[in-house]
Ligand binder design. Sequence first.
Ligand SMILES: NC(=O)c1ccc[n+]([C@@H]2O[C@H](COP(=O)([O-])OP(=O)(O)OC[C@H]3O[C@@H](n4cnc5c(N)ncnc54)[C@H](O)[C@@H]3O)[C@@H](O)[C@H]2O)c1
Length: 410
Amino acid sequence: MTSPAGPGPGPGRHILVCGGAGFIGSCFVRDVLARRDGTRITVLDVLTYAGNRANLAPAEADPEQAPRLSFVRGDIADPAAVGPLVARADAVVNFAAESHVDRSILGPEAFLRTGVIGVYVLLEAIRHETELARAGERRTAGGRPMTAPRLLQVSTDEVYGSVEEGSSREGDTLAPRSPYAAAKAAGDLLVGSYRATFDLDVVLTRGANTYGPFQHPEKLIPLVATNALLGMPIPLYGDGLQRRDWLHVTDHAAAIAFVLEHGEPGAIYNVPGGTERANREIVAALLAALGRPWDLVRRVPDRPGHDRRYAMDGARLAALGWRASVPFAAGLAATAAWYRDNAGWWRAIRDAGWDDYYARQYGARIAAGEPVPTPPGWGSTSGAGPTVAVAAFPSVGPAIELDGPEDLGA
Ligand SMILES: NC(=O)c1ccc[n+]([C@@H]2O[C@H](COP(=O)([O-])OP(=O)(O)OC[C@H]3O[C@@H](n4cnc5c(N)ncnc54)[C@H](O)[C@@H]3O)[C@@H](O)[C@H]2O)c1
């Protein structure tokens, strides 16, 4: 059951959110500030192509929330930027990462810089503050004693690699198969090493494939939704039977806040969504929700090393007292509607630097692409309109019970 193990959101709490202008980080910031409980947040974000100040606009436009939110543009791999901010924080949540597998295949270096050096710089700052706290020398600007800061490192199911059957548990061997996943796994191992060696207060979450509003249009669900809305061809990698577990972004952000507050020091928590789907089912459901024809879909050569399936066991997080609550059918329908109704948000992204990436990633693939046979239940290949309902795909079963947690430092 829940235990008051760490500094979650609350009155007087100050959380440093690294990567807080991205998709999941900005949801965490918006949702924590919307609790109106006095939590203060500083966002540290270097604003890569994926970082977007507009993602924080709802909080910045709210007169009660805006004074509790600060934004600093800076790099988590820069000790001079990180040190002073960690010094003022009760907790640090690290969302910052290069996050797109396809881009990690086009150019891995940035993934390593943020995922390895960036995580190391954060850990060194946490270590320094922990040593100060242990010596009784960690204080607020007003002279009040402060405890050591907790670090929550946000990780991913992709570190387990492709899981053909069953579901990954937190103690399973890491077997990343893309440069993105390898950089994330390296970050996980660094966090574990600092737990074992320096006894830092760290926790780690591994979230499932996340979807919802404000996701960069390079990712599967926004790419399909925005291409569909534009009437453009929709690339489907290979047979489209790669399977993913889907987690709504508000659930992912809520799980992170929950683990920040209740997670046992040194523990890893899987955050599954509980809804497994093949990619082509996702495409069909989105086209149905947006009323667009299946014949937009083009089969394109698969991603090299494309993992077939991810699935995680969520029993440990369930035992702590949390599980996902957004039903997938409703969440996906609302997400499709959000992209339909917020074209200004994604058009600004697709207008800026998007064409180069899109041409490199999909140009030749789509040129060589083939139509994909119409799935059963679809009315027509010629655009007469879909008959597949978003709710037509059943969920997978409940999580399996398992033994107690392994420690990060084990
Ligand atoms: N999206 C998913 O499906 C998913 C699933 C599980 C875990 N995750 C993890 O969650 C985290 C957030 O993912 P996301 O989808 O929101 O990614 P995102 O790409 O939308 O956001 C990443 C943010 O980090 C910032 N950033 C990148 N490098 C930085 C650096 N060196 N210093 C400071 N800021 C930097 C970017 O500007 C951006 O705002 C990542 O760590 C990712 O690995 C994502």
